[in-house]
Each structure stands twice: as structure tokens, then as C-alpha cells.
Design a protein around this ligand. Structure first.
Ligand SMILES: Nc1ncnc2c1ncn2[C@@H]1O[C@H](COP(=O)(O)OP(=O)(O)O)[C@@H](O)[C@H]1O
Ligand SMILES: [Mg+2]
Length: 244
């Protein structure tokens, strides 16, 4: 079966800087893949290429068997890829519901339909009681959740989450983990960029590790946690599994 997402030799250069070099991986339908690595490793750049914000310098991105590299963000979103931003990009002066409507209008041109879809997404992420509040009044955790809600309202097949657990309390991280699980249970595949290992290790089917633009490991979380190259590049000894 064709994987949902096939990334092949993805390369992105900014002038003399190679942010991604020959990055290849696949994501299956309904799979959760963790994407980790040190700051500056190129994780967000992968997302920007996947979501149509950057045209890759080289390589191919196939989504549901179709080449999407170089397509504009709206076209990629229409095909079923949604993303959140590391630095949240919500409209703070608009209400929570209006922010989610921006996503829902992608597939529902009739406003009442889009509103219904947005409310359903808000119920799913637990933000419904905040629907009428200005988005700028939300807590950090709620703002991150709002971005996820807006992305879900576009009815994606693949969701790209960029550090949605950063800056959250331990309890909020657990809520976020639960939410990602429920998203996957809806059949939506997720690629999750995360530094919070407690947030990603327990739910990932696969972990992808970037270092200086290159993919240095790709495997199940337990194997990744014990991979000497990954420990040296990023994890340190802390995540080595007991007895390994
Ligand atoms: N739009 C851009 N223009 C120039 N350089 C960029 C741009 N975006 C990212 N970079 C550079 O690419 C490298 C990877 O960045 P990024 O993908 O944001 O890393 P990560 O998300 O893993 O921290 C960094 O050196 C960063 O400065
Ligand atoms: Mg980043």
C-alpha cells in the first residue's frame, strides 16, 4: 500500500546554509511520527516544505501518491495537510470561534456549515466554552490548542504539530498527549515536532531524528532512545531505556 506521505531526498538551502539535506521518510495512514532533534536541526523547515510554505531546493514530497512539493499552502491544505506554527499565529483580536472558522471555511463555503464544523472542532479539543472569547485572552496552553483546533477544522488527513507542548505544565502536557491520541483515533496521521520527550515518546509509532539537516535515525521510540548516535546528538543519557 502507498504510504500517506513519502518524503524523498528532501533538501532545502537558504543561500549557503543547508537546512535539510537528503531527508527521506514515510508516514502511514493514521500513524504518529515524532520528529526530534536539537534546535536548528531543521525540523520546522521540514514542516514548511511539507505544508507549501517553502519550495524545496531538491527532492520530492508525495502525499497520497501525488507530488505536492512546491505547491502553495492553500493547495496543500486542500489536499489534506494541516499544520500548526511553533510561534502561534492566531488572530488575537478575533474570537476563538472566528479563528477556527478560518480553518473550517476551507471546505465549507456556506457560513452556517463552517460554523457548525468549527464548533464541532472546538468541542473535540475542549475549547467550546471559550468560543466567544477574544483569542488574545487565552492561556498559552489554550492558544496552542486553538491552533490545533483551527488545523483540525480543515479536515486534514495529516496534521503537522510544531512544538505544541512547549511551555506547558506537566498536567497540560498530559492533556495534549491525550488530544494527539484522540486525533490519531480519528484516523488522522500526525507528525509531531517536540522537545518534550514525555509528550512524544509514549504515543509515537515511529521517531525521526534530525541533526544538522540530516536524518540520523528512524525507528520505534524504544530503539531511538537507545541509539548511541541519537543519545550523543540530542537525548543524552536520560532517555536510555533501563537494562539496555
Ligand atoms: N526562512 C529562513 N531563512 C533562512 N534561514 C532559515 C530560514 N528558516 C530556517 N532557517 C535556518 O535553517 C536552520 C534550521 O532551522 P529550523 O528548521 O527552524 O530548525 P528547528 O525547527 O529544528 O529548530 C537554522 O539554521 C535556521 O536558522
Ligand atoms: Mg523549530
Amino acid at each position: 500500500m502507498t504510504p500517506l506521505l513519502e518524503v524523498e531526498r528532501l533538501t532545502k538551502r537558504f543561500g549557503g546554509l543547508t537546512a535539510n539535506e537528503d531527508v527521506s521518510f514515510t508516514v502511514g495512514e493514521g500513524e504518529i511520527a515524532g520528529l526530534i532533534g536539537p534546535n536548528g536541526a531543521g525540523k520546522t523547515t521540514v514542516f514548511n516544505s511539507l505544508a507549501g510554505f517553502f519550495a524545496p531546493s531538491a527532492g520530492s514530497i508525495r502525499f497520497r501518491g501525488e507530488e505536492i512539493a512546491g505547491l502553495p499552502p492553500e493547495a496543500v491544505a486542500a489536499r489534506g495537510v494541516a499544520r500548526t506554527f511553533q510561534i502561534v499565529r492566531i488572530f488575537k483580536g478575533m474570537t476563538v470561534l472566528e479563528n477556527v472558522l478560518v480553518g473550517a471555511l476551507l471546505r465549507h463555503r456556506a457560513v452556517p456549515d463552517a460554523v457548525a464544523r468549527a464548533r464541532e472542532a472546538l468541542r473535540f479539543t475542549g475549547l467550546e466554552r471559550r468560543a466567544a472569547d477574544p483569542a488574545g485572552r487565552l492561556t498559552v496552553a489554550e492558544q496552542k490548542r486553538l491552533e490545533v483546533t483551527r488545523a483540525l477544522a480543515t479536515e486534514p488527513r495529516l496534521l503537522l504539530l510544531d512544538e505544541v507542548m512547549a511551555g506547558l505544565t506537566a498536567a497540560e502536557v498530559q492533556d495534549a498527549v491525550e488530544m494527539v491520541r484522540r486525533i490519531r483515533d480519528r484516523g488522522i496521521a500526525c507528525v509531531v515536532v517536540e522537545h518534550v520527550m514525555e509528550g512524544i515518546m509514549p504515543i509515537a509509532d515511529r521517531m525521526l531524528v534530525l541533526e544538522r539537516g540530516r536524518l540520523i535515525a528512524d525507528g520505534p521510540p524504544r530503539a531511538i532512545a537507545n541509539d548511541p548516535a541519537v543519545i550523543a546528538a540530542y537525548l543524552g543519557e536520560e532517555y536510555r531505556a533501563p537494562g539496555a
